[in-house]
Design a protein around this ligand. Structure first.
Ligand code: FAD
Length: 464
């Protein structure tokens, strides 16, 4: 069946604004539409709204937030823009980078002040991986699942309806104008609903093996550790309506997926001074430079695995992080009083690991950078030592529909599709092509920032 349908008869039911996808982007868009006084329904294919958002660490980057100001962090549009452009070597969409730089902090403030979704600055996330200042924000529960619970509760309070078990399988359109959607229920029955405007918030195409193989062939055989229901529907519909696509080979990888437990290991273990080694006990890159490209680098190591090596100081600083606690409970963290014992427990070459740790201690003592360009400000790692075994994975695709400063979808020729909006993983991000331009926290930042812009602009458009 075609992804775009037409019909001659009126819809039995029509809602001014429909949103496809009930993750962070869709729910934020619905909140913004409710602020405009517009009736909105979020259509979510699963029995519960969860998405990749619920799997995430729940850490959002944002610039110019009230929380940053409260902590004396100077940040804003220009600084964010410069960081994005430096990280992507000038390849990110400059308009979008500026829009997100200007709008991300206010979006978080609005979520907290207007909708009671509390977000605090995560002071444990020191500037790294391309962020020049502290700009990571989390909800008090410090998980993506906690963020989702708070967004769902906010939608309930705001009167934004979420229809679950509603798998949108096609759009209706007259020319470029979307007129409604077809959705399928778990029993196979279908329903058609009309709309005046549509927000696509159904994320990227990580769950669609064929699209990954076509657009990101280097990760075609990598493990996908994102939401399976994210099948690239928004991109296919948008393309069929004439939308432009950008950076389709961009993705968020991570070389920190606990193996075999399948738990996201917090990059703070590295930020605070930990290192990553392979089975030979050798480091294979600058651990704080390219959090996303590290996914492919870890997969390229012997056996496709690596270990994060750290010490008791870092363990004490991170032991209350929710995912760390779970991993610890599952036996995913080894510790030993000396490097030789740790190597034996983890199955790492002991001589190689001892050599690497001695080199790292030397860099801490001398203040010199290592061969990868990493500096080790210290303190030196000290007994007892810890190790977590990890592998690399594809977490999230970053390419998608081109949007303007209101998150309205752009045609390939530069014009705008009249009533279609997109955000989060459905839209082109600010990562440029490939994996290495991804700034930590940008996935949720794009979901919340573009979600708000899309819901607001679509809401205003349907009000007339
Ligand atoms: C393990 C992991 C950790 C991560 N950690 C972080 C982090 O700490 N910080 C960060 O910024 N980013 C992180 N990310 C990325 C982040 O999760 C995503 O960028 C973000 O969640 C995207 O939000 P979204 O609303 O666009 O998509 P999602 O949250 O995935 O929501 C999309 C929703 O659309 C639904 N849907 C899809 N197709 C249809 C359809 N046809 N009909 C109806 N519903 C549909 C899906 O079921 C899903 O619920 C992480 C990702 C993963 C996988």
């Amino acid at each position: 069946m075609s992804v775009i349908l037409t019909r001659d008869t009126p819809f039995e039911a029509t809602v001014p604004l429909l949103v496809v996808g009930g993750g962070a982007c869709g729910l934020t868009a619905a909140l913004a539409a409710r602020d405009e006084g517009v009736e909105v329904v979020v259509l979510e294919r699963d029995p519960l709204p969860q998405g990749s958002t619920s799997m995430s660490l729940g850490a959002l980057c944002a610039s110019g937030s009230a929380e940053q100001k409260r902590h004396g962090v100077e940040d804003g549009e220009e600084r964010f823009f410069q960081d994005v452009m430096a990280k992507t070597h000038g390849t990110a969409d400059p308009l979008l980078a500026r829009v997100v730089g200007a709008e991300s902090g206010p979006a978080l403030d609005w979520l907290a002040e207007r909708h009671g979704v509390e977000l605090v600055l995560e002071t444990g996330w020191k500037p790294a991986f391309g962020h020049s200042v502290m700009r990571m924000h989390v909800t008090p529960g410090r998980t993506g699942a906690d963020l989702m619970e708070r967004l769902v509760a906010a939608c309930e309070r705001a009167g934004a309806d979420i229809l679950t078990d509603a798998h949108v399988t096609a759009l209706y359109a007259e020319g470029e104008r979307v007129t409604g959607v077809r959705l399928q229920r778990p029993d196979g029955s279908t329903e058609d609903i009309g709309c005046d405007a549509l927000v696509l918030a159904s994320c990227g195409f990580g769950g669609n093996h064929q699209m990954v193989a076509e657009n990101i062939p280097s990760m075609a055989h990598a493990r996908y550790f994102g939401w399976e229901g994210n099948q690239g529907d928004a991109i296919l519909w948008g393309k069929a309506l004439g939308a432009g696509l950008g950076d389709m080979d961009a993705y968020q990888g991570l070389g920190l997926l606990a193996d075999p437990q399948g738990i996201d290991v917090n990059p703070r273990l590295l930020i605070e001074g930990g290192v990553q080694v392979n089975q030979r006990g050798e480091r294979f890159g600058h651990e704080l430079e390219d959090v996303s490209g590290a996914g492919a680098r870890v997969i390229a190591q012997p056996g496709g695995v690596a270990w994060v090596i750290y010490d008791d100081r870092i363990h004490q600083n991170c032991k209350e992080l929710p995912q760390y606690k779970v991993l610890s409970g599952l036996g995913g963290i080894r510790s030993a009083p000396d490097i030789e014992g740790l190597a034996a427990q983890a199955g790492i070459d002991p001589a190689g690991l001892a050599r690497t740790m001695a080199e790292v201690a030397g860099f801490v003592a001398s203040g010199e950078q290592d061969g990868f360009g990493r500096a080790f400000p210290g303190p030196a790692l000290a007994s007892p030592f810890y190790a977590a075994r990890v592998t690399g994975a594809l977490f999230h695709t970053q390419g998608g529909l081109l949007v303007d400063e209101n998150a309205q979808v752009r045609r390939a020729d530069g014009g705008l599709l009249p009533n279609l909006y997109a955000g989060g993983g459905a839209a082109r991000s600010i990562s440029g092509p490939g994996p290495s331009g991804y700034l930590p926290g940008a996935g949720l930042c794009m979901a919340v920032t573009l979600g708000r812009l899309a819901g607001r602009a679509a809401g205003r458009a349907v009000k007339g």
